[in-house]
Design a protein around this ligand. Structure first.
Ligand code: FUB
Ligand code: ZN
Length: 671
């Protein structure tokens, strides 16, 4: 029984699960085309992305630079570090527009396109993607450098502000997009461009004298370089990733060399902690700073730890994972309790109405959890992955795929969002797009590659971490076994896998199916095959024959949850969860003043009803409760016992909230 695994090749999976197929179809039909329009600035009323425009201009500059003498190569356009949005879109100047990392709008789009093509071949989309790749590659410098911000502005200043300027973040996303597109189509133009950029970065960074001893201000290159290593087999990418990880937090601080005296002026803590650079990563035991950056870093650390067998790095990953899950994660799997710095707050500080809980951060937690699972198939990692995915990540996208949340609060009063500047980051309804459009394309790339989170494999074992139905092929040296997976956790709470194609007689294999934390008991039918429960997975071993069936039925019950006493925000409150879903109440079903409602904690009184929310089927839960009667108008009055009336509380899955207009919402409710 081996614990280590790698994500399944997406070409070996065909998802037909009604729930996940639905989500993936939204991404394919709505998000990817919309995103293409957005990165080409063709969406009326939305903030322009400028991504493709910047690449086109950079391409012209690159061509021009080739014609110029060395003296003029570096600066040919004026430097404009502080970007401003143009007033007149019809008369744009030839300069860089948008956020510094706008190139990643393209990279995330192409990544989602790649995954989507593995599930749904689409020659038209592939043609559009190839044309976009031509535009992007034309911008690349002869030395491999590829970040339009500096190509357009000033090549002499590249890598001079790693702390704030996201060049290595752009590299990371480019690599991820290029790998996905290559694996889907076999076309290597973008992959070669990404490799050339990575090669250039490799030539400029490292321990050696004369190289830059720095690391990314916004992590992601760490895990992306590992993907590049895995797809190319070239060790230098793993080495570079490891270098970035090892260098972070060492002294003297690299960012001090870049920005002398600045961190000191800020009192030290915010800056270094914000970048997870306060101490070397192996000494870190608390998740701090910008939440997306943090979980992207930890994902890269877990990759490198697994591939190099680095025990101290593995330990650091475990400590950081445990700190997040035990002290810094919302019940919805969201992370990042404060909007100040889009960051983790202190342990147990998990405000519901002020939450940041950025969609990208939950996505990053999914990445981290999957990598922990790859290192060690322990269901506690998959439980967290599932929690983040089925709640915060899915909540990030409307049920029609047309609008998105950046911030995912657990309590909303729309009036406060509109009138209280402290809550201005919290939106009561999803937005069409964002100037800083990090989250929607991140959802697109995760949802369209969900199979790689549901299934991983080792030489011998197919792991099922999430219950996503479809056809899954496991390859063995002797031949393949194909499994038809019917994963009906919504209605029947069961997973049935049927062997539809057997490997040659005598091929032994194992299928390991996770037992979720939301079930108290389960029954397994697997004929006469040997099975064993290990770290939350049922390992079923044998020579599987065509038509053979394995079935797991989970005892799914409503859970009335409470938070640790240290979470003052949730004191005296409960939240409901059912299967992988956390539930919430909305004004639409329960009227105004949700804070006056309290729920009966006897789970046996729950009534489950099928309902339709914005055209989508869901299960709602009806619980008895009370509504506190409104007292007289005085702001303060002498205490007298509250009066209550009976109430019927209607709960819906958290990911479905805000799909029926604006209104109050709460996850944690009085009891
Ligand atoms: O800085 C790039 C992305 O923009 C981050 O990951 C998000 O948190 C948003 O700030
Ligand atoms: Zn985001």
């Amino acid at each position: 029984m081996t614990g280590e695994s790698r994500p399944i090749d997406l070409k070996n999976v065909k998802i037909n699960d009604p729930f996940w197929k639905g989500e993936m179809e939204l991404v394919r039909k709505e998000v990817i085309p919309y995103q293409w329009e957005a990165i080409n600035d063709r969406v009326e009323g939305a903030e322009p992305s400028f991504a493709m425009r910047n690449f086109k201009l950079a391409g012209r500059i690159t061509a021009k630079r080739r014609e110029l003498s060395d003296d003029y190569r570096e600066v040919i356009w004026p430097v404009d570090i502080f970007q401003t949005l143009p007033k007149d879109m019809d008369h744009l100047e030839d300069r860089f527009y948008g956020f510094l990392f706008q190139d990643t709008d393209f990279s995330k789009w192409i990544e989602a396109v790649g995954y989507s093509l593995t599930q749904h071949p689409d020659p038209e989309l592939e043609k559009t993607a190839d044309e976009a790749i031509d535009i992007v590659c034309a911008a690349q410098q002869d030395n491999g450098y590829l970040d339009t911000y500096y190509i357009i502005n000033d090549m002499s200043r590249i890598f001079t502000n790693l702390r704030d300027h996201h060049e290595l973040y752009c590299l990371g996303h480019l690599v991820e997009g290029a790998v996905a597109y290559y694996l889907a189509t076999g076309k290597d133009k973008l992959l070669n461009a990404a490799k050339r950029f990575a090669d250039y970065v490799y030539s400029r960074f490292g321990k050696e004298e004369g190289k830059i001893h720095g690391y990314p201000g916004h992590e992601i290159a760490e895990m992306a370089l590992v993907r590049l290593y895995e797809v190319s087999g070239d060790e230098k990418y793993l080495e570079l990733s490891r270098y970035f990880i090892d260098e972070r937090g060492t002294r003297p601080y690299y960012f001090d060399k870049e920005h002398p005296g600045e961190e000191e002026k800020r009192g030290g803590k915010p800056g270094y902690h914000y970048h997870q650079a306060h101490v070397p990563v192996r000494q870190q035991d608390e998740a701090v700073g910008h939440a997306v950056r943090a979980v992207y870093l930890y994902s890269g650390m877990a990759d490198v730890a697994r591939l190099t067998g680095d025990e101290s790095l593995k330990q650091a990953c475990r400590r950081l994972f445990d700190n997040i899950v035990n002290k810094k994660m919302y019940i919805t799997g969201g992370i990042g309790g404060t909007n100040i710095g889009e960051a983790f707050s202190f342990n147990y500080d998990l405000p519901n109405d002020l939450a940041y809980s950025e969609t990208c951060a939950a996505i990053g937690l999914v990445f981290f959890a999957r990598r922990m699972l790859q290192m060690d198939a322990d269901s506690r990692y998959a439980d967290v992955m599932e929690r983040a995915l089925y709640n915060t990540v899915l909540s990030g996208m409307a049920l029609d795929g047309k609008s998105f949340f950046y911030v995912n609060p657990l309590e909303v009063n729309p009036k406060a969002c509109h009138e209280d500047a402290r809550k201005a980051h919290v939106k009561p309804v999803r937005q069409k797009w964002f100037g800083c459009a990090c989250c929607p394309p991140n959802i697109a790339r995760l949802v369209s590659s969900v199979a790689a989170y549901a299934y991983t494999e080792s030489e011998d074992t197919l792991f099922m971490h999430l219950y996503v139905g479809g056809t899954v092929k496991k390859e063995y040296p002797e031949g393949s076994v194909v499994w038809e997976v019917d994963a009906d956790i919504m209605d029947k709470s069961r997973v049935r896998v049927v062997c539809s194609e057997a490997a040659p007689e005598g091929t032994e294999g194992t299928i390991a199916i996770r037992i979720p934390d939301w079930c108290d008991s389960y029954t397994l039918s697997c004929k006469d095959h040997a099975h064993e429960l290990h770290k939350g997975y049922e390992y079923i071993r044998g020579t599987f024959r065509k038509g053979e069936e394995i079935e797991l039925v989970f005892d799914k019950k409503l859970k009335i949850m409470q938070a640790a006493s240290a979470v003052s925000e949730d004191h005296g409150k409960v939240a409901l969860s059912y299967g992988p879903f956390v539930y919430c109440i909305e004004e639409k079903d329960n009227g105004k003043d949700l804070h006056l409602l309290s729920v009966d904690t006897d789970a046996s009184k729950a009534v489950f009803e099928k309902t339709v929310i914005a055209g989508n089927e869901a299960t709602r839960i009806i619980m008895p409760g009370k509504r506190e009667k409104i007292r007289d108008g005085a702001l303060y009055s002498e205490y007298r016992a509250a009066e209550y009336e009976d109430a019927k509380l209607i709960f819906i899955p958290y990911y479905t909230w805000a799909n029926r207009g604006e209104g109050e919402m709460r996850v944690w409710i009085g009891r």
